[in-house]
Design a protein around this ligand. Structure first.
Ligand code: 13P
Length: 256
């Protein structure tokens, strides 16, 4: 049985005061929910320590938004996986569409990061998703297959146990457009079939596939009710406890 994961990707938002306040809001509401669902927040790297101090002992997990595949060294501006571990992270988001489209991260780069993160014992939240023109051209499945095979090249079924896939249609990110529950389910089922073909049925059945793209309190429950939707990767609505906590509550309600 897959546990729901509700993850907040704060992106390049918040400041020290608001990050701490947001973490407090999530941490205050979370403990009652954590028996049923996993909750993670991914603050900007400079605020990881402050957020760690707030969520420590509450069961809310901490994640990085990205990391270098390199060992610590002369890589100006980069964040090492060891640094994420050191600041309390148990997960790292990799291959987010903003990294792919704005910073040129290819599947080959993402694949190096995936291997490096898994070698460090971090859970990987691997993001995949199609552009609007790719969906219009009915290339969604093809794009997902390419991203999955490139990003997960050489990843074993044992390692896959530490990978969460996040389906984030790029056209739904930050736009207020959400994939319909049917569109999300179709993509998630396709991804699970891909995992079955590439790995095996039990690994595919055990892998969580999150939906991301304008998830809000009012659409969370219907999305999370889809059989292959195992949680949400939330951007904008993760920046306010009054929006993020109801999404956690929706997962608790669907988990039953
Ligand atoms: P929004 O929820 O703001 O659409 O962002 C989704 C996302 O990119 C999460 O990683």
């Amino acid at each position: 049985m897959r546990r729901y994961l509700i993850a907040g990707n704060w992106k390049m938002n918040t400041n020290l005061a608001s990050a701490t306040a947001l973490a407090k809001g999530v941490a205050a509401a979370a403990p009652k929910k954590l028996a049923k669902v996993d909750v993670m927040v991914a603050p900007p790297a400079p605020y990881l320590l402050a957020v760690r101090d707030v969520v420590k002992g509450t069961g809310v997990d901490l994640g990085g938004q990205n990391a270098s595949e390199q060992a610590p060294g002369a890589f100006t501006g980069e964040v090492a996986l060891d640094m994420l571990l050191d600041t309390g992270c148990s997960s790292v988001i990799l291959g987010h569409s903003e990294r792919r489209t704005l910073y040129g991260e290819t599947d080959a780069i993402v694949n190096k990061k995936v291997h490096a993160a898994l070698a460090k014992g971090l859970q990987v939240v691997l993001c995949v998703g199609e552009l609007l023109e790719e969906r219009k051209a009915e290339k969604t499945n093809q794009v997902l297959d390419t991203q999955m095979s490139g990003s997960l090249a050489g990843v074993t079924s044992e390692q896959l146990a530490h990978v969460v896939v996040a389906y984030e249609p790029v056209w739904a990110i930050g736009t207020g457009l959400t994939a319909s529950p049917e569109q999300a389910q179709a993509a998630h089922a396709h991804l699970r079939n891909w995992l079955t073909a590439r790995y095996n049925a039990s690994s595919a059945a055990a892998t969580r596939i999150l939906y991301g793209g304008s998830v809000k309190p009012d659409n969370a429950r219907e999305l999370l009710s889809q059989p292959d939707v195992d949680g949400a990767l939330v951007g904008g609505a993760a920046l306010k406890p009054e929006l993020f906590v109801p999404i956690i509550e929706a997962a608790v309600a669907v988990a039953g």
